[in-house]
Design a protein around this ligand. Sequence first.
Ligand code: ZN
Ligand code: ZN
Length: 209
Amino acid sequence: MNTTCKRCGSEIVKLSFSEEQKLEIWGLIVQDFKLFAVRKIKDEYRLSLRDAKATVAHINKDFGKCHRCNFDELIEENMDCPKCKAFNYNLKMELSFNQEFCTHLEYRLNFGELEDERVQGFWCDGIDYLPIEMRSLAKSVLRVNQEIKTKAWIGKSGQEIYEMTIRFGKESVENYLQNQSLIDCISKNSCKEWLKIEPEKKKVEIKLI
Ligand SMILES: [Zn+2]
Ligand SMILES: [Zn+2]
């Protein structure tokens, strides 16, 4: 069933996204790769270029925030903005692997605790909350793989790019599937027990509880 945007008059195709498609499209929009999002929607839903462009133009980046005006209390998916009348897909993501978790994890990394000369003076200056593969955030995928790979900025300058593998344990898998925070699944023990780094390969591994 289609609808019309009451703001710009574009016809809006109501798409039913699978969990993985929703993640991949949202990931492209968040990173401002709108052209890739248009291509993906055009190919996967067999839409015309025009319809695909209209679709992407109405996907708002952040849940709740209108893509057109400054209204930021959109509460449901697929709704018209009460202020400017623009249609917003307003995709609800509900991801426990998010910026807040990544910031907490970043602060917990203490390479000094590893007592490893190779990583003396190392620190972490950021962990990307958008993983290398967006689909790895899908609950159906995480349940099986029990890991997420992302990028982290590490080193003496905190600026070298590492591939970070975050392995989930029993508790973190459960929390993830129920949209519960992962912050308490970061071990409070010495990093020796749950952080592994291979500076030569630029790889780092985290084990959550
Ligand atoms: Zn519109
Ligand atoms: Zn609006």
